[in-house]
Design a protein around this ligand. Structure first.
Ligand SMILES: *[C@@H]1O[C@H](CO)[C@@H](O)[C@H](O)[C@H]1NC(C)=O
Ligand SMILES: *[C@@H]1O[C@H](CO)[C@@H](O)[C@H](O)[C@H]1NC(C)=O
Ligand SMILES: *[C@@H]1O[C@H](CO)[C@@H](O)[C@H](O)[C@H]1NC(C)=O
Length: 251
């Protein structure tokens, strides 16, 4: 091949590469990390690199179905941040509306914490005896229990719930038969980690859309929630319509 031909080939390959593989996982996480630090002003300049290093040690070189939740302990515990007492918001099956609402009304969801923000919506896994990081072909949430993404969210959810303090809120989906679904993370992980010596109450916002007839009393699953909360945490429940949430609810 002529020198010109070679240069043209190289350039074409690079351009194709940029189109087909836009940002590596590392670049994406790094960008998000910098965005987060700009917004929240955190100390220690190499925070982002340290986070990346402890993040990858949790799953790189491991079977993609062999990463248990505690593999992330050395990532999650050092990064855990000062909880926003009285402003912490959990959710189950209301992901879209909850984040818009949280932003407008300065509530804090798991996805607003540093680690949640860095990894929200991303997929990752490794491979046994390999240093590679994959973002496709990874096991999905239900493929195997100990998959890297699921295990991260379980451990991060548990830590977030354990730090919940003061009056805490949760947005549940009033269009579902069981708004408190025992199989979802809120019931199976988060409620179990609430700590009644720092948390005072849980308020359920049951989000309904026009035409829904759901009330707090008609949803049997909420009785299970009250039982799971035990007698030390106060419980209340309000029905709110999606349109009400469009404007920030002051109380
Ligand atoms: C409740 O769940 C239904 C069905 O999954 C979904 O279409 C709807 O957007 C959810 N409601 C909210 C407020 O997220
Ligand atoms: C958030 O605020 C924007 C701009 O004020 C508004 O358009 C949007 O509807 C609000 N959303 C929620 C969920 O409060
Ligand atoms: C609950 O919070 C208290 C006060 O911060 C703490 O001492 C205790 O270890 C926590 N309990 C659990 C189970 O984490």
């Amino acid at each position: 091949m002529s020198e010109r031909g070679l240069i043209a080939t190289v350039i074409l390959t690079v351009i194709l590469g940029l189109i087909l593989w836009p940002d590596s996982l590392q670049e994406k996480v790094k960008k998000r990390c910098e965005t987060y630090l700009e917004k929240h002003g955190r100390p220690s300049q190499n925070d982002c690199e340290k986070i990346w290093a402890s993040f990858t040690q949790a799953f790189v070189g491991k079977d993609p179905c062999g990463v248990p939740p505690d593999a992330y302990d050395s990532l999650i515990h050092p990064v855990s941040q000062k909880p926003a007492c009285n402003k912490m918001l959990f959710w189950s099956k209301t992901k879209e509306i909850v984040h818009e609402f949280a932003k407008n009304c300065s509530y804090v969801t798991l996805e607003d914490t540093q680690l949640g923000f860095l990894l929200d919506g991303l997929t990752w896994c490794g491979k046994k005896e390999s240093q590679e990081i994959f973002t496709t072909g990874c096991p999905s949430w239900s493929d195997c229990v100990n998959n890297p993404v699921r295990s991260f969210w379980i451990q991060a959810s548990a830590a977030f719930a354990a730090s919940a303090c003061g009056d805490v809120s949760v947005m549940l989906n009033g269009s579902m038969d069981m708004s408190y679904d025992p199989d979802r993370t809120f019931a199976s992980v988060e409620v179990k980690h609430f700590n009644s010596s720092i948390m005072n109450s849980l308020t359920v916002w049951l989000v309904t859309k026009e035409g829904d007839t759901k009330t707090c009393d008609s949803d049997e699953s909420l009785k299970t929630l009250q039982t799971d909360l035990g007698s030390y945490l106060k419980y209340q429940c309000k029905v709110v319509s999606q349109s009400q949430l469009q404007t920030c609810i002051a109380d």
